[in-house]
Design a protein around this ligand. Structure first.
Ligand code: 6PG
Length: 487
């Protein structure tokens, strides 16, 4: 099909939304690309789009063999199909025509261990492998995503010039870097998504407090988010949130946002992030709270029934009255500060998870560089990531973003507003699990002494688990009950 005598520089298999757009992006940057999809209509659709969008150098293939043989050697093939077994099927379908030195690049949201398994499987035949996180949705794929390739460094060098052109561009370079060995690219993308969950949860809490406690209309919310997007919170997610509040419902009165069922979907990367945090003993309470909230949002019928039972038990349907009235202007400014401070804690958790995994796997992740490649193209892109990059450049060993001198100052400056917002929300019965988790994380981390001494005493009492002392070395056990009860 459309066999071309000139070999393509790269191939892409899997032409759903992301695949099609990424292929067109590659072609637009001047790299001839071959595309393939199991259902042939997608191939024809992509060829048509390439024509429409400026006669881009893209050739389509209906057979896996023709597709693979249409590529320059060493061949690089990006696959963008659903994570899991479709990736295995696509690999076995294509790799039979590939040779030693060729490379497969999986661009899906794949579990990193699957990538490591596939790497070993194809290595027998000398085929190289990259697991490449791709962020930015449809727009990003077409006009500049953030790319997180990990795995074979040699394979990366084969596509470096392509991915550097295709990725989003920011003032300090393209939003792509070689992440590290093994499944590190997928892992970094997974944590990106965990952070994305946290950001979205925190924004939804800011919305809830402003709407319910502050009584803001959708149009006021749109203005506030647009204004926030001109300051320290400037980011893709704040920007799109402002837009969302402006969209009218075409089927009735008011804005569409109020007609959307309050049940959040998910595909798994947030859950993996929280599982990995637990696995590595890294506290990630803000990200975990955002995942829990998605689960609770899914219990729509149960929540409706609970609202009824508790109303019958005397709980007021509306929120409890906030004493002393509300100063709207101040509330808005407080919420902005609470959101920013909560975000710092959430990113601190994500970055610490990355570091813990990097140590476990020997990936040697460069946290400052990861923050840099998230500055453009991806869903969590934000001005604030430049500050994170600089914090890690200043001190690559930084224990936590919370103790970077600049961030520390900002958190201290914002803590009063932060506490006011959380306090108000609690008083009003509006749940703000993300903001509360971030604040509790901050308050736990910053305290030199915690009540963990009591937990240790309890453990020693009922299980002789022993404890350490603050004033002398060694491990100790005490007969607590006997001593407490002796006359
Ligand atoms: C991105 C997004 C993308 C996708 C998420 C959504 O970086 O472009 O993260 O990968 O939108 O997978 O995840 P949920 O469906 O779990 O919310």
């Amino acid at each position: 099909m459309e066999a071309s005598t000139v070999l393509s520089r790269i191939g892409l298999a899997g032409l759903a939304v992301m695949g099609q757009n990424l292929a067109l992006n590659v072609a637009e940057k001047g790299f001839p690309i071959s595309v393939y999809n199991r259902s042939t209509s997608k191939v024809d659709e992509t060829i048509e789009r390439a024509k429409q969008e400026g006669n881009l150098p893209l050739t389509g293939h209906h057979s896996p063999r023709d597709f693979v043989l249409s590529l320059q050697r060493p061949r690089s093939v990006i696959i963008l199909v659903k994570a899991g077994s479709p990736v295995d099927q696509t690999i076995s379908n294509l790799s039979q025509f590939m040779e030693s030195g060729d490379c497969i690049i999986d661009g899906g949201n794949e579990w990193y261990e699957n990538t490591e398994r596939r790497m070993r499987e194809v290595a027998d035949r000398g085929i190289l492998y990259l697991g490449m996180g791709v962020s930015g949705g449809e727009e990003g794929a077409r006009y500049g995503p953030s790319l997180m390739p990990g795995g074979s460094y040699d394979a990366y060098l084969n596509i470096k010039d392509i991915v550097e052109k295709v990725a989003a561009q920011v003032e300090d370079g393209p939003c792509v870097t070689y992440i590290g060995e093994g499944g590190s690219g997928n892992f970094v993308k997974m944590v990106h998504n965990g952070i994305e969950y946290g950001d979205m949860q925190l924004i939804s809490e800011a919305y809830d407090v402003l709407k319910v406690v502050g009584g803001l209309s959708n149009s006021e919310l749109a203005d506030i988010f647009a204004e926030w997007n001109r300051g320290e919170l400037e980011s893709f997610l704040i920007e799109i949130t402002a837009d969302i509040f402006r969209v009218k419902d075409e089927h009735g009165d008011g804005e569409l946002v109020d007609k959307i069922l309050d049940k959040t979907g998910m595909k798994g990367t947030g859950k993996w992030t929280v599982q990995q945090a637990a696995e590595l003993s890294v506290a990630a309470p803000t990200i975990a709270a955002s995942l829990d909230c998605r689960y609770l949002s899914g219990l729509k019928e149960e929540r409706e029934a609970a609202a009824k039972v508790l109303e019958d038990a005397g709980m007021r349907g509306d929120v409890l009255k906030v004493s002393g009235g509300i100063d709207k202007k101040r509330l808005i400014d407080d919420v902005r500060q609470a959101l920013y401070a909560s975000k710092i804690c959430s990113y601190a958790q994500g970055m610490n998870l990355l570091r813990a995994k990097s140590i476990e796997k020997g990936w040697n992740l460069n946290l400052g560089e990861l923050a840099r490649i998230w500055k453009g193209g991806c869903i969590i892109r934000a001005v604030f990531l430049d500050r994170i990059k600089k914090a890690y450049q200043r001190n690559p060993q930084l224990a936590s973003l919370v103790v970077d001198p600049d961030f520390a100052k900002e958190m201290v400056q914002r803590q009063e507003a932060w506490r006011r917002v959380v306090g108000l929300a609690i008083q009003a019965g509006i749940s703000t699990p993300g903001m509360c988790a971030s604040l509790a994380y901050f308050d736990t981390y910053r305290r030199a002494r915690l009540p963990a001494n009591l937990v240790q005493a309890q453990r020693d009492l009922f299980g002789a688990h022993t404890y350490e002392r603050i004033d002398r070395p060694g491990s100790f056990h005490t007969e607590w009950t006997k001593l407490a009860r002796q006359k």
